[in-house]
Structure formats: C-alpha cells, structure tokens
Design a protein around this ligand. Structure first.
Ligand code: SDX
Length: 432
C-alpha cells in the first residue's frame, strides 16, 4: 500500500526577483503543503526549519492527527473506538496492513505471532552480560540489534514482500519476549517463556510477572495503553525509524534506533519522568504549586513532564482516555495512589495558569499513563519499554509504507553553514 500526495493547485513564490510556481498538495483531511522538491534547483534557496515544526517529511496513509481539534485516527478509525473495542493485535494488523482484519486474518496473524514469540536458542545468554542497573531501554535497543544477528535472511536491503512480512512478524512477536526477559533477568528472576494460549497482551504480562493467568482487569488496562501508544504519525522515534530505514538498513536496525529515540525524556521517556516528578513533589510535602512556578521559571531547566506537545494545542485525546481509565483501573484493582491526586492538582493548577494557557500546554499521553502502569505493577524504569511495545506496530507500519513508496530516497536534510569562512592551515610550529 503506497502513500502519495497529488498536487491540487499551485502557489507562487517570489525570491530574488524571480517567481516560482510551487505545487500545492492536499491531504485527505484538506491539509495543504507546498511541494518544494524543486526549490533549490530552481532558486538556489533551501528552507530552514529547526525541529521540523513546519516541514512534512512524507505523505502517509497510516495515522491522521489534528492538533487543534484533538483528533487521532489510525487508518481512519478514531482512537476512541479502537481503545474501547479493539484488541492490540487487531490494531497492529490495522496499522501495518491498512484495514481491520477479518476473523480468519486475525486468527492467522495471532497464530503466526504466537509461533514466533520464543527467542532463538542461546540468545537468552546476552541478558546476563548487562549490568543489573542497565536501563531497560538500553537493553531493549541492544537486544533488538542482537536479534538481527540471528535473522540473516531478514536483512535484505531490498526485501521481497514475504521477507518484509517475516521481519515484521519476527519483531512484533519477539520484542515483548525481549522486554519481559530483560525485566526478569534484571530482577535476578528466571525467565518465563511465552505461551501460545494467551492473547498478545496477556502473554506479555505472564512473561513479566509469571502469573499463569493475568488478572483480566490488568490485561484490559494494558490493552488500552498499548493501543493508545501504537502510532502517532511523524513523531521523533517514528521519524528516526524512517530515516534509518531510508538508507535501506533493515527493520531490526530501524526499530533499535526508534527505541533509542523514544528513550529521551522529551519523548517516550516522559512517562518515567512524570512519575519521578510526582514522587519528588510527594517527598517535598505535596506542594505542587511550587513545581508549577519552577516550570514557568526560565532560569530553571525544570519542565512539567507530561505537559505540552508539538502538535496537540488543545488537548491530547489519548490523555483524556487514560485519565478516565485511571480512576476505573485503580478502582477495579483496589489501588489508592496518592500520586494520582497530586497529578490531578498539578493539572488543575497548570490549566488555570496563564503561562500554560498562552503556550497551549496541556497534559499529553505521558501525564497519566505512568499511574496506570504503576497500578499494574510495572516498575518505573520499565514504563518507556511498555511505550516501545505499544509503538512497535506503528514503527513497522511506517517502515513498510516507506519501502513500498515509489521513488523512496535516502533521507538527507540540508543545512545553512554558519562556521568560519575559508582560512589557510597554520603549521603547529607557528601556533604557539
Ligand atoms: C510524546 O510528537 C509526538 O507525537 C510525541 C508523542 C508520541 O505519541 O509519539 O505524543 C509522545 O513524546 C509526548 C511528549 C512527552 N514529553 C514531555 O511531556 C516533556 C515535557 N514537554 C516538553 O518538553 C515539550 O512540551 C515537548 C517536547 C513535548 C514539545 O516541545 P516543543 O514543541 O519543541 O515546544 P517548545 O520546547 O518550543 O516549548 C514552547 C514553549 C517554550 O516556552 P517559551 O520559550 O515560548 O517561553 O513552551 C514551554 C517552552 O519553555 N514549554 C514548557 C513545557 N513544554 C513547553 N514549559 C514548561 N513545561 C513544559 N512541559
């Protein structure tokens, strides 16, 4: 399934006394973009857009976001309906193959994943080479790369459809096992092998906690969390997966790079940073107003973690769903978490504060997700691994879409050079 945008009108650019007709492409939801593919050839100019806030890297048919209206849809299906009714495996299939699977397609996909969940013989040894204090995201990224050494047939730079599908199935099936084994070995516990009789989400939980039949309420909570994290168009880690994949490196190295990008506290690492922030506020006597003031103080590097978003300037629809689920999940599990009250007070204070209002800073997906992950029993430094597990189908869908796009090229941005002009070499003897 390829994604292409077609020119619907033209815009005129006047620069250095010349005018250039730029094609304008229009997306499904009427978004418009200037196609500047010929800009440098025609004018000698490039564009400059640090952080790519105004720059579209590609046309994609996978996920639609509307930051002003708080809309998130996977292949046209609203996130609210998928979080309510879909399974994570169904959502993964939808993102990767473009449509909701039939019963038979879903059964076949689930079976193929279950058949591939075990690790290759001998690979488990690597877990014991990491320091027990290693961050789980470092372990996960490393183990995904190590997995590629056991899959030589899936590293073809120009994979056939079957090879692409097999790489996707292998990663989707084995990454939960890698994540769970990493957790168990770091705790000094024996690994719990994957089972074929459980759903994808339940299987992950039993590999982590060793419970033969995970609590259905916990399975439901994690199902929703994984679905809400499954894709988010051209975010930092997905753009990383695309950029690495654009050199025709394989799916394993692209996903390993995506894990590393997600680790950062400004991105997926925020869910861990939110809980650490709430624990700091709790230790500090719960004075959340002091921390709101710190977040506004330009002299401080402190930011209200879990707040703000490059795209959502009204509300993050995922945060609304997770906040609602917090009360339900904690109630069902009989968990009282004082951090939830602190989070709610923090949100209330920030949403009334002009600093946050004028900058359109609202809770994002990471603000409440850690509360649920804590209630499930996942350790704080394992939150971002869970985010990676959720985002994996999105990364794979974008990798596949990019490879299937006609005229796919290696990503290689330009720059504006602001360093020294040409100058002669000075021999060491003359440099004092
Ligand atoms: C995710 O892209 C995606 O889709 C990501 C994601 C996904 O699903 O893939 O949604 C997941 O990564 C969510 C974001 C998680 N990160 C955090 O919660 C970290 C805290 N938030 C920020 O650091 C920040 O809001 C970002 C990184 C999310 C967005 O950064 P931008 O778009 O580059 O915004 P910015 O840094 O330019 O901030 C604009 C202004 C600045 O103030 P001024 O210079 O205008 O005075 O807002 C301020 C910032 O200082 N600001 C904050 C703030 N976030 C922005 N001030 C205090 N606390 C914050 N959290």
């Amino acid at each position: 399934m390829t994604a292409a945008a077609t020119a619907t009108e033209t815009a005129t650019l006047s620069v250095s006394g010349r005018t250039l007709a730029l094609p304008v492409v229009t997306g499904t939801e009427r978004e418009k973009a200037l196609d500047i593919a010929r800009l440098r050839t025609a004018t000698g100019y490039i564009t400059l857009d640090p952080g790519f806030g105004n720059t579209g890297a590609c046309a994609s048919g996978i996920t639609f976001l509307d930051g002003e209206r708080g809309i998130l849809r996977y292949r046209g299906f609203p996130i609210e309906s998928l979080a309510e009714s879909a399974t994570f495996t169904e959502t993964a299939y939808l993102l990767i193959y473009g449509n909701l699977p039939s019963r038979r397609e879903l059964e076949q996909f689930s079976t193929r994943l279950a058949e591939r969940a075990a690790l290759p013989d001998g690979m488990e040894r690597f877990f014991d080479l990491f320091p027990k204090t290693a961050h789980p995201m470092a372990v996960l990224s490393a183990m995904v790369t190590i997995l590629s050494t056991y899959s030589p047939a899936l590293l073809n730079p120009y994979p056939a459809r079957e090879e692409m599908d097999e790489a996707i199935l292998t990663l989707l099936a084995k990454v939960p096992t890698l994540a769970a084994y990493g957790y168990r070995r770091a705790q000094g516990l024996p690994v719990v092998p994957p089972r074929r009789d459980l759903s994808y989400t339940a299987n992950y939980l039993q590999m982590i906690f060793g419970a033969p039949s995970p609590d259905p309420a916990i399975v439901q909570a994690l199902r929703q969390i994984l679905i809400l994290h499954a894709d988010h168009e051209q975010n930092c880690s997905t753009s990383t997966v695309r950029l690495v994949g654009s050199s025709r490196a394989n799916a394993f190295s692209s996903v390993a790079a995506g894990v590393s990008a997600l680790w950062g506290p400004l991105h997926g690492g925020a869910n861990q940073a939110v809980i650490e922030m709430l624990e700091t506020i709790q230790r500090d006597g719960g004075d959340y107003k002091k921390f709101v003031a710190m977040a506004k103080d330009k002299a401080s590097t402190f930011r209200l973690m879990g707040f703000g978003h490059r795209v959502y300037k009204n509300f993050d629809p995922r945060s609304r769903i997770i906040k609602k689920a917090c009360d339900q999940v904690l109630g069902t599990l009989g968990v009282q978490d004082p951090l939830l009250d602190i989070a709610k007070h923090l949100e209330e204070a920030a949403l009334k504060d002009d600093y946050f209002i004028t900058r359109k800073l609202y809770p994002n997906v990471d603000f409440y997700s850690g509360i649920i992950l804590r209630a499930i029993g996942i350790p704080t430094n394992g939150f971002t691994v869970t985010f990676a597990l959720g985002r994996l189908p999105g990364w794979l869908a974008h990798w596949k879409e990019m490879l299937e796009s006609p005229g796919m090229r290696i990503g290689r941005p330009r720059q504006v050079y602001v360093g020294p002009a040409e100058r002669p070499y000075v021999p060491l003897s003359q440099r004092g």
